[in-house]
Ligand binder design. Structure first.
Ligand code: NAG
Ligand code: NAG
Ligand code: NAG
Ligand code: NAG
Ligand code: NAG
Length: 789
């Protein structure tokens, strides 16, 4: 009976009004679904209490419901424990505060919200209360502090039974993530749209509740007369939007984070929002939500597309083992999820053409700080530079908090202008701490800070109550943002992030360089950690500055690496043949280069084999017809598949006079003679080397004196652990080459790569460190398995 009355009411309100207008007085029901969760505990109830404290005298009455899946007996005490901890705004007297808190607790209750019936009974309860107390209803606010997969279902339940009647508003608040790419965001949006109207949904980005962020548009408006002439490409050097964190991800967040990574977690939403606020066309009326949202949307349509050359990514060193632990992945699992990213965006509009916009965020960085900075060009040349204000950076900084300054602020360098900040909510700071903020002492800025610091969630909750939609993410805006990020995310799916040690030890390895439309790491750093297995104290972390062992390095997944090397080899061949008509190539044995040989045989049909001479770097003292022989495997995997004249093939003469590697037979001298006669200056065009677990290269083993072979080019050598003797090119021969490629692949080589990254040149211990072409170049080709283990 009662239920049918309710149904009628529900039907009546299906055309319920919506409220961009000032709140109409009346009763407001607040429902926090997930009301005992972390977010609710930390921010939401505090925000709702503040709302209550401020609005209770404004003609509204309230009731509060904490909802969740747990039964009421279990969750009620939990909820009240949280509610008892709320604190009053600073301007409320202790006496009044106590009273407000007591009232707040009395108006609150827990309700199990699991089934459609639960929602129905909540609606009945609200309705009954309204009737009993003869109140008009102003609206219902549902805050969904639950995982995103539950949104669609809860949305339906709200639409099914909780819509308010008689022109009262319904507002449903959602927390990110709103999908993980364009497609999934679209699916979620359309699911929600079937139960909620667009104007009823409030997608939270808590950044928009930060006081400094929400001041960006008003600041731009109030200071228009100063900014109009300089807010353009002629004057802006670049825009930086940066959120640096010092924490890692572990502690339960990994299952979420590993699916998302820093770009989805921070750049797609927080930093993108700040970017749009900085670059959007100013609305003629900043209080007009619709105009603000429209102008924001326009920014997306003029952004240049982002591809993988517009981003660099990183991952802190211990992340992968944290994933292994928390996700129980198999040892050796490699997560490519970035925990650091720097992205370069450009807006294709006359006003901003060519202005670099950097968006940067990461975990485990040296400090916790967030800011947006507009750095202006400075064309003044100060002859006597010392402390001359005209030559200092000209910049405006929106400082979100933490960092050296420790408080949120808007800073304008004094060589720009003294900003106007209307209203009483901001105050000028005149006493400066002796800190430097982005290259300038605080005293070189006009500094404005909020008169009272307010929590972002409390601000946003107040905006929701007032129906201010400009601080929320509209569906269009959300999809436009995913439209911007999705192609980049896709292009990065198999990109390998740079591994960084974390904290101050990152040094300059995450510095980036902008070149035209592209961004790259400034240093070609290779990091190698000594401690992939076990001990992972940050101090044992070794960062190689520049390149690998100060030579150039190419690194990629095995297949790409092999292809890169094959292509480089072909390029060298074509260049040599173009120059002198012939290409002298020396190849190593062992199993590592086999993949390269197959690649050359099966994919490089245009390789100029006819003009190529193939030499051996080293050979085992076995007959060339035995599988053990380096030549044999080279022949099987490469030579027999390509059209190379047989007289261009130069196996080492390990077998002479029916015996193997006898000094007196002079095999080494014979090879050396061939080499000197055929190869100009005994200088190979290209030498391919590998490196053994013990650091040997070619057949030059540890323990031998580096200069043992003097000026010889070829020598008989002996491996300490193996019975067979070898024939090998000497350091002298190798170091005369024009190009030397050192190929290192496989996880098993990781420990060695680590050691090699740290040791000085010690050819007697690590023969490979004796490879130093005197007039040529050395390139290390190291696959990711070997590089990071
Ligand atoms: C909500 O539910 C009603 C009734 O079931 C349905 O007609 C309507 O399409 C739903 N969605 C919205 C946004 O009202
Ligand atoms: C700006 O917009 C707000 C909200 O739409 C409105 O109340 C106000 O009157 C507008 N101000 C002007 C100057 O148009
Ligand atoms: C981790 O995986 C192993 C093997 O699949 C399984 O035996 C073990 O119970 C798992 N541990 C946890 C904590 O999930
Ligand atoms: C041999 O190398 C030298 C030095 O690189 C060069 O000047 C000369 O032209 C080369 N000779 C031939 C025959 O290619
Ligand atoms: C390097 O080049 C110089 C000058 O061309 C030459 O004298 C020297 O012998 C070369 N060194 C080697 C190891 O090839």
């Amino acid at each position: 009976m009662f239920a049918s009355v309710l149904l009628l009411l529900v039907a009546l309100c299906a055309h319920g009004g919506h409220g961009e207008e000032a709140p109409r007085p009346g009763h407001v029901s607040v429902v926090v679904v997930g009301g005992t969760g972390d977010l609710a505990k930390k921010y939401l109830w505090q925000g709702f209490f503040q709302l209550y404290a401020r609005q209770v005298s404004g003609g509204n009455t309230f009731s509060f419901y904490g909802g969740g899946l747990s039964p009421a007996e279990k969750a009620t005490p939990l909820l009240f424990e949280i509610l008892k901890a709320v604190s009053c705004p600073g301007d409320v007297s202790a006496e009044r505060c106590a009273l407000l808190r007591e009232q707040f607790l009395r108006l609150s209750q827990y309700r199990q919200l699991k089934t459609q019936e639960d929602y129905q009974s909540l609606a009945e309860h609200i309705q009954l209360q309204l009737q009993q107390e003869g109140m008009t209803e102003a609206g219902r606010l549902f805050y969904l502090s639950v995982p995103a997969f539950a949104y669609a279902d809860i949305g339906q339940k709200i639409n099914g039974s909780c819509r308010p009647a008689g022109g009262a508003w319904l507002r449903v608040v959602l927390e990110k993530p709103f999908g993980h790419d364009y497609r999934s965001a679209q699916v979620l949006a359309s699911e929600l749209r079937s139960s909620l109207k667009d104007e009823e949904m409030y997608r939270i980005d808590h950044y928009l509740g930060k006081q400094v962020v929400s001041k960006i548009l008003p600041f731009r408006t109030e200071n228009r007369k100063y900014l109009d002439p300089i807010w353009n490409r002629q004057h802006i050097e670049r825009i930086e939007i940066v959120l640096k964190e010092t924490l890692d991800v572990k502690g339960g967040r990994i299952p979420f984070y590993d699916q998302y990574g820093v770009i989805r977690d921070v750049l797609q939403n927080h930093l993108t929002e700040v970017m749009t606020l900085l670059t959007m066309k100013l609305p003629s009326n900043v209080s007009n939500s619709e105009e603000v949202l429209q102008n924001k949307l326009q920014v997306f349509s003029s952004l240049l597309p982002l591809g993988k050359n517009q981003a660099v990514t990183g991952q802190y060193q211990t992340y992968n083992s944290e994933v292994e632990q928390e996700l129980n992945t198999t040892k050796g699992h490699i997560s490519l999820t970035p925990t650091f990213a720097a992205v370069l965006a450009h807006i294709d509009e006359a006003q901003y053409e060519g202005v670099p916009i950097l968006l940067i965020s990461g975990k485990m960085l040296d400090e916790r700080v967030g800011y947006a900075r507009i750095l202006f060009k400075n064309d003044v040349f100060c002859l006597q530079n010392h402390n001359n204000v005209h030559c200092k950076p000209k910049q405006i900084v929106f400082y979100f908090g933490h960092g050296s300054l420790q408080y949120p602020a808007v800073l304008v360098s004094k060589n720009l202008f003294k900003p106007v900040m209307t209203g009483s909510e901001w105050k000028e700071v005149t006493e400066h701490k002796e800190v430097s903020v982005l290259g300038l002492p605080a005293s070189d800025y006009y500094v404005q800070t909020p008169a009272e610091e307010k929590e972002a969630y409390a601000e946003l909750i107040s905006h929701i109550f007032h129906g201010r939609k400009d601080s929320f993410i509209s569906t269009e805006n959300l999809l436009a943002s995913w439209g911007m990020w999705t192609p980049l995310l896709r292009s990065l799916t198999s990109a390998f992030p740079r591994i960084y040690p974390g904290g101050a030890e990152n040094g300059d390895m995450l510095d980036v360089r902008l070149k035209g439309n592209e961004i790259s790491y400034n240093s070609e750093v290779v990091i190698v950690s000594a401690d992939k297995m076990g001990d992972s104290s940050a101090s044992s972390f070794k960062v190689m500055q520049g390149k690998f062992r100060s030579a150039h390095m190419v690194s990629a997944w095995t297949e790409e690496l092999v292809e890169t090397l094959a292509a480089d080899m072909q390029e060298a061949a074509e260049a040599a043949i173009g120059e002198g008509g012939v290409f002298h190539l020396a190849l190593s044995g062992g199993s590592t280069p086999l993949a390269l040989f197959y690649r050359l045989a099966l994919h490089h049909f245009s390789f100029p084999w006819r003009s190529t001479h193939v030499w051996m770097v080293d050979e085992r003292c076995v007959p060339l017809t035995e599988p053990e022989s380096n030549f044999y495997s080279l022949h099987e995997s490469l030579l027999k598949h390509v059209r190379i004249p047989y007289y261009n093939i130069h196996p080492m003469p390990v077998q002479l006079n029916q015996r193997l590697c006898v000094e007196d037979d002079g095999g080494a001298l014979l090879y050396e003679k061939d080499l000197s006669q055929l190869v100009n200056g005994s200088s190979f065009h290209f030498v391919l080397l590998g490196v053994g677990y013990d650091g040997h290269t070619a057949s030059l083993f540890p323990g031998a004196k580096a200069d043992q072979h003097g000026q010889s080019l070829v020598a008989l050598t002996e491996s300490p652990s193996k019975p067979h003797q070898r024939m090998s090119l000497t350091f002298n021969a190798i170091n005369r080459a024009r190009k030397v490629a050192l190929l290192v692949m496989g996880k098993g080589k990781h420990e060695l790569v680590t050691q090699l990254s740290r040791v000085k040149d010690m050819p007697e211990k690590y023969p490979v460190t004796g490879v130093k072409p005197a007039n040529g170049s050395l390139v290390w080709y190291i696959d990711y398995d070997a590089l990071i283990g």
